[in-house]
Design a protein around this ligand. Sequence first.
Ligand code: GRF
Length: 193
Amino acid sequence: MTPKNQIAIFASGNGSNFEAIAHACAENRLNAKVALLVCDNPDAFVVQRAKKFDIPVFEIQPKNYTTKADYETEIMQILKKYNIDLICLAGYMRLVSDVLLNEYEGKIINIHPSLLPAFKGLNAIQQAFEYGVKLTGVTTHFVDKTMDGGKIIEQVAVSAENCTLEELETRIHAVEHELYVNTIHKLQTHYQL
Ligand code: GRF
């Protein structure tokens, strides 16, 4: 059996996707380990979730760094220490730039709650709901320098009909949790991680 992939999850908020991936690893549904949480918000609930799973947390405050390159270099050092081979963004509220993109080319992925390229950015579920679309969904994609850009890996459609915004959010999040795990599995199977 090939060695487990070492995953770092970058998150700034609630962490339900973090938990879905951590669960899948703990239950051996993924041959991977969530080795590290990188969090830029010390108050984020995701930090509590990491403690529950005994996953180390690297808390980092961007305001303590003069440049984005310095900030990412600090993160890179800890990623190396943990032998990370896949970075999963999960509600990480920042763009990734050259230092990490060059070092982890093709190994940084994100999940976004819309059918990209529609409804990029913040509050994507609400944007789609207010637009009145009948169909929205979830996208996993490789990360590039742009917001919610990069090559699409997988998409799942979700009906936006006959529901409130809250119901749509519930539908989308349930799909996210399954899709993110499936996407990691797909990368392990089809790409050299
Ligand atoms: C998810 O909707 C994800 O698609 C987006 O940010 C949200 C994070 O949710 N990128 P959670 O923190 O994983 O619960």
